[in-house]
Design a protein. Structure first.
Length: 72
């Protein structure tokens, strides 16, 4: 499943954006990384790698720069 990412660069750069907060809440509810990545793809678009890095950014395990590099 690959669709264009439905959120813009400004949102991706803002670690406190609602999208990242939403991802953190999914994790705090006990969802597995795979489940979170699947939901990210379904709701925000992108591919499996993008979803995984977004989850890691939200959890402060990866940098926003890593995410931006993966999108190019």
């Amino acid at each position: 499943m690959h669709q264009p990412l439905k959120i813009g660069k400004d949102t991706l750069l803002n670690i406190n954006s609602l999208e990242y907060q939403w991802i953190r809440s999914l994790a705090s509810e006990g969802n597995s990384p795979h489940q979170i990545n699947t939901v990210i793809q379904r709701c925000l678009g992108g591919n499996a790698n993008t979803a995984d890095i977004m989850r890691q950014v939200a959890m402060r395990q990866a940098s926003v720069n890593q995410l931006l590099r993966s999108l190019n």
